[in-house]
Design a protein around this ligand. Structure first.
Ligand SMILES: *[C@@H]1O[C@H](CO)[C@@H](O)[C@H](O)[C@H]1NC(C)=O
Ligand SMILES: *[C@@H]1O[C@H](CO)[C@@H](O)[C@H](O)[C@H]1NC(C)=O
Length: 504
C-alpha cells in the first residue's frame, strides 16, 4: 500500500466516479460488445474542488438554445424539422469582435455538455491570456439536445429518429451554430479554435479538415482517429493495458494473467458459477464465466486509461492485489483489486443500474459508424478474445435492427496513409496524447507537417492535457500544455498576418 496521506482523498473521489461509470458501463447485457469507454472525465476532476472549474467561474456561463436543423444532408420535408440544441457561452475574458479576439469552441461528445464545462479546464485556464470567448456545444442526442424534444429513451428507441444520430450531422450542427454566433456577434474576423477530448477530439480534428472556413485550428486530445478498419492492429489497445500492468508490478500482472484459467476452472466445477458469484459478491448470479471475465477486462482497461499522476489508480489496484494475504486464493486477490478501486460495495460485477445516456448513445454510435475493432489475439496478461465482426454485427442487429458500417469512418474522414494524405492538404491540428493511454495506440503520434503536430507525453493518460491545471501537476504535463499554447499562438499570429494581407 502506498501510504501518502495526501493521495487518499483523491483516491476516494476517483473511486466514486469509477463506481458510477462501472454501473453504467454494463447497462446492456452484450457479450459481443466489448469496446472500452471513451470520454474525458475521470472522477477526481469532476469532484475535486481543486481541479474542477470553480463555482465563481461557473457563474460566467450563459446557456442558450439554437434551433438546429434535424437533417443537414437531405431535402425531404422532415429534414427541415428543427430541435433545440444547447450551447453555453462564457464571454468574461473576450477581447471583442473589434479586435478579432479568438473564439474557443469546445465540441461536445457522447455526454451532456455540463460535465465538459467542469472538466475541460484547459479552456477556462487559458481564456484570459488569449482574451478568448468560450463556447461549449452539446452533441445532438445527448443532454438536452434531443430531436423532436423527445426523451433520450424515446429518441434512441425510435429507428427513424436515431437515424439522424451521426458524427457527420453533429459536425454540421457545430458549423451552423458557430457561423450563426459569429454573425450574431459581428465577429466575422474572430478566428475559431475547436477543442475536444476522446471522441470529441476526433470530432475536433475532423471538423478542422471538413470545415476549414469555420475553424482555424483544432486541439484534438486523445483522439483515436486511427483505430478503425485495419489501420492499427486490433491488439494495440490491450497490449498497452498489459504493458502498463507489467511496468507497474510484474507480480500483479502475473496474478491477473493466471486468474483467467482459475476463473474457468472454478466455473466448470459443480455449482461453479455460484461459487464465483459468491467470491466476487456479484449483484446477480453470473450466467457465464465470460460475463465476469469481460467485466474484469474492462476494469483493468479503465485503470490504465484513466491512470494519472495524482490518484494512481493502477498502482493502487496492484497494491491491493499484491497485498492480499497469501493464504487467500488467487481469486480473492483479484477481488481485493476490485474493492480497492471501487470501494466497499454491497455487490460487484453486474449492478443493475439505470440506463444512462452515454452507454446507450455510445452503443448506437459504435453500432452505426464508430466500430472500433478492439480485440485480443496475443497478450501477456489476457487470454485471446479476437474482435469478431460477425458477432458484433449480430449484437447490433438484434439491438437496433441494422449492422455497423465498419468502413464508413475511413471512407468519410480518411485515416489510411495519414501522413501522405494530409502532409500537404491539412494544417493547424494538434493531436495530443499520453502514451499510457491504451487509446493512444489509435492516435496520431508522428508529426504530419509543420502545423499538423503530435504532442505526446510518455507518462500521460487519456485526455489529461485538456483538464484543468493544478499546482501539483508534474513538469511533463505543464510542458505539454505550454507547447500547445505556444502552437495555438502561432496559428493566431499567422491568421492575423493573413487577415491584414488578404482581408478587407
Ligand atoms: C473496506 O473495508 C475494509 C474493512 O472494513 C477496510 O479495511 C478497507 O480499507 C476498506 N476499503 C476501501 C477501499 O474502502
Ligand atoms: C512535432 O512538432 C512539434 C512542434 O515543432 C514538436 O514540439 C513535437 O515534439 C513534434 N512531435 C514529434 C512526435 O516529433
Amino acid at each position: 500500500m502506498t501510504t501518502n496521506p495526501g493521495m487518499s482523498s483523491h483516491r476516494r473521489l476517483w473511486i466514486a466516479l469509477l463506481l458510477l461509470s462501472a454501473r453504467v458501463a454494463i447497462a446492456h447485457d452484450l457479450d459481443d460488445v466489448d469496446i472500452p469507454k471513451l470520454g474525458m472525465s475521470r472522477s477526481e476532476f469532476l469532484l475535486d474542488p481543486a481541479r474542477a472549474v470553480q463555482a465563481s467561474v461557473a457563474e460566467d456561463f450563459v446557456t442558450s438554445f439554437y434551433d438546429q436543423t434535424l437533417d443537414h444532408f437531405n431535402y425531404r420535408p422532415e429534414s427541415y424539422n428543427t430541435f433545440k440544441q444547447r450551447y453555453v457561452v462564457n464571454s468574461k475574458h473576450w477581447g471583442g469582435a473589434d479586435y478579432g479576439a479568438p473564439i474557443f469552441a469546445f465540441l461536445g461528445a457522447e455526454a451532456p455538455i455540463d460535465g465538459d464545462i467542469a472538466t475541460a479546464g484547459f479552456l477556462t485556464d487559458n481564456a484570459a491570456q488569449f482574451r478568448a470567448l468560450l463556447v461549449y456545444i452539446e452533441h445532438r442526442f445527448y443532454g438536452e439536445s434531443i430531436p423532436y424534444g423527445m426523451t433520450f429513451e424515446k429518441a434512441i428507441g425510435d429507428a427513424d429518429t436515431r437515424g439522424y444520430f451521426s458524427s457527420a450531422q453533429a459536425l454540421a450542427d457545430y458549423a451552423e451554430i458557430l457561423i450563426y454566433l459569429k454573425q450574431k456577434w459581428k465577429a466575422e474576423h474572430s478566428p475559431i479554435i475547436v477543442f475536444g477530448g476522446s471522441y470529441g477530439g476526433m470530432l475536433a480534428s475532423w471538423f478542422r479538415l471538413k470545415y476549414p472556413h469555420v475553424a482555424l485550428g483544432a486541439l484534438a486530445s486523445s483522439a483515436p482517429i486511427l483505430y478503425f478498419d485495419d489501420i492499427v492492429p486490433q491488439d494495440a489497445y490491450y497490449s498497452i493495458v498489459a504493458k502498463s500492468f507489467l511496468e507497474s508490478s510484474s507480480s500483479c500482472h502475473q496474478t491477473i494473467r493466471r486468474s483467467w484459467e482459475e476463473i474457468d476452472r472454478v466455473a466448470s466445477e459443480p455449482r461453479g458459477l455460484t461459487k464465483l458469484s459468491n467470491a466476487f459478491k456479484t449483484c446477480s448470479p453470473l450466467q457465464s464465466s465470460s460475463e465476469l471475465k469481460k467485466y474484469l477486462r474492462l476494469q483493468y482497461a479503465k485503470v490504465v486509461q484513466y491512470n494519472n499522476p495524482f490518484a494512481q489508480p493502477l498502482e493502487f489496484m496492484c497494491d491491493a492485489i499484491n497485498g492480499a494475504p497469501p493464504r487467500k486464493g488467487l481469486l480473492q486477490k483479484i477481488f481485493a483489486g476490485l474493492v480497492a478501486i471501487n470501494g466497499n460495495l454491497t455487490c460487484y460485477v453486474n449492478p443493475s443500474g439505470s440506463d444512462a445516456q452515454t452507454p446507450s448513445g455510445w452503443f448506437w454510435q459504435t453500432c452505426s459508424e464508430m466500430a472500433f475493432p478492439i480485440g485480443i489475439t496475443r497478450n501477456t496478461m489476457f487470454p485471446p478474445e479476437p474482435f469478431n465482426l460477425n458477432s458484433f454485427s449480430n449484437a447490433c442487429k438484434s439491438e437496433f435492427g441494422v449492422p455497423p458500417r465498419p468502413h464508413w469512418v475511413t471512407t468519410y474522414f480518411g485515416g489510411h496513409d495519414i501522413k501522405l494524405i494530409l502532409h500537404r492538404f491539412a494544417s493547424n491540428i494538434i493531436f495530443s496524447n499520453g502514451l499510457q493511454d491504451p487509446y493512444s495506440s489509435g492516435g496520431v503520434l508522428k508529426n504530419i507537417s509543420s502545423t499538423v503536430v503530435a504532442i505526446y507525453t510518455a507518462k500521460g493518460s487519456h485526455c489529461l492535457d485538456i483538464l484543468g491545471a493544478d499546482k501539483s501537476d508534474p513538469d511533463w504535463l505543464v510542458e505539454q500544455r505550454k507547447t500547445e499554447v505556444k502552437i495555438m499562438k502561432k496559428w493566431l499570429a499567422m491568421y492575423y498576418a493573413d487577415l491584414r494581407a488578404f482581408g478587407n
